[in-house]
Design a protein around this ligand. Sequence first.
Ligand code: C2E
Ligand code: CA
Ligand code: CA
Length: 564
Amino acid sequence: MIRSRQIDRPQLVLVVDDQEINRDALGVILEDSYEVICAENGEEALSLMNKHFADLSIVLLDLMMPVMDGYEVLKRVNEDERLKSIPVIVLTSEKSAELKALSLGAADFITKPFDVHEVIIARVRRIIELSEGRKLISAAETDALTSLYSSNFFYEYAGRIYRYHPEMKMDAIVLNVEQFHSINALNGREFGDEVLKKIAEAIREYLKDRNGIATRTNSDHFGIYCAHQDDYSDLLKSIQDKANSLSENVAIHIRMGVMPYREGIEPILMFDRARTACNSVRGNYQNPLMVYDEAMWAKELYDRRLLNDLSRAAEEKQFKVFYQPKYDIQCDPPRLVSAEALVRWDHPELGMISPGDFIPLFEGNGLINTVDDVVWKQAAEQCARWKQDYHFTLPISVNVSRADVYDLSLVDRLARLIKENGLDRNNIKLEVTESAYTDDSRRVLEVVDQLRERGFEIEMDDFGSGYSSLNMLSQMPIDVLKMDMKFVNNIEESDTDMRLVKMVLDIAKYLELTVVAEGVETKGQLDLLKQAGCKLVQGYYFSRPIPAEDFARLIEKEISIERN
Ligand code: C2E
Ligand code: CA
Ligand code: CA
């Protein structure tokens, strides 16, 4: 409800205090700017509020009074739609009372003995402005399921603590339930609701003798704003235990992110960072508690910068494609047979950025298509150019991100690229990482099938890094296995590793798949792989990924060997 006031009259302030000396003091402080009326107790205050509600701008309310105290007044005001819109500032000498008053809807406090006059006048003015500008959330709104605060009220309240109590060092905590949707799906929503209630119960218990407030923002997301603690593992444990007390058959895992108090950071931002910390331990059942630190902040800023600069980078051709050769090592000397296209970001200010720094980021944001489009186009053009310049066909593999697989136009995009550059289908090969197959095998298998029908060759990248079973492998529509680097790393030192490599080679032979060993760096590794019958090798031993101009030298060398 919006209350109007006559413009030409001073604003009306009601001072409620049982002690005359306080009423007088405030009267003196405020009388130059406001018209002041007074009440000696809560009852009198309510009756004056009712009488003057239309033009009362603010109430300054003492908490400790005979007849009816300030808390009771706040409660009644909150229950009254009309009175609720009048802002109340609480007069108090006790810290703990302030929080309680805030939760009952007080807009602010003035501490006793009274502050500097200017401070009081400024606070009164500010609150009046605020309440005239927008209706303050007054009554404590709660979430029906858990009775924790609603997120609106929670953030409003946290904001007040932050603004008016800079001396209180508050931490922001965010917690979620791992795989909550599957808990609901497997055990029913009612069970899910019980879990949430247990969590709320544990949080409330924890906050009972600490300064703090809590919310459930949505579904299984909880927030706590609480006086600084050095360690929250107790809280996490008690929540975990309570949630798991419901059923012996369902294991509930909680993850938690903490942003410890830092001066001058608003609650909203504190919670953003707590959320970042919490997300960083998603799925990490061993260490589900993460405290936000400088490194995370730096990474976040860096990521934001990259996201921000992406479209410009594509326009300005900052993405450079490097090529790394693959050699057939069963020939003597080894023969150059193909290449992998690997992107780099030549950023005008940040320098050369490696794909490990931005590919996962863009995959997570659905922006990877932008990068892959650029890379595929450059790779196709390059392949055509080498064909023309050297009459040498060097098939180029490009990386297909799992996000690309969800793009319905993928098959057409690739087909068009081939046509526009006058290439054959087998000139561009597609590397799909193993983990994409395990993420959503049905969709990936479908798309990969279509691509193969259209004549594209598929290489399974990073084989051995994920969890595809041998059984799955036999059904997968692939042509080439790229054995993950970690297989090769230690084959010179470890017999076990070498045996694993041999096993992969055996399986591939059985399934009639070609194997590419990645990450080959030494002559020793090369020799072992050759003896074991591995056909193709890619790695620093032959060459790092290099720009097209440099790669041309490798082609020239290859041609001269072939001629002799
Ligand atoms: P990947 O597809 O497994 O590529 C192989 C990575 O291993 C490359 O890292 C390559 O430079 C590196 N490498 C090659 N030989 C050796 C070696 O002998 N020793 C060692 N230690 N490393 C070697 P890079 O270029 O940093 O790329 C990292 C990942 O980024 C790639 O892993 C791939 O998953 C992704 N990526 C790169 N370019 C693209 C792209 O254009 N699109 C997409 N979607 N992903 C890309
Ligand atoms: Ca690859
Ligand atoms: Ca790989």
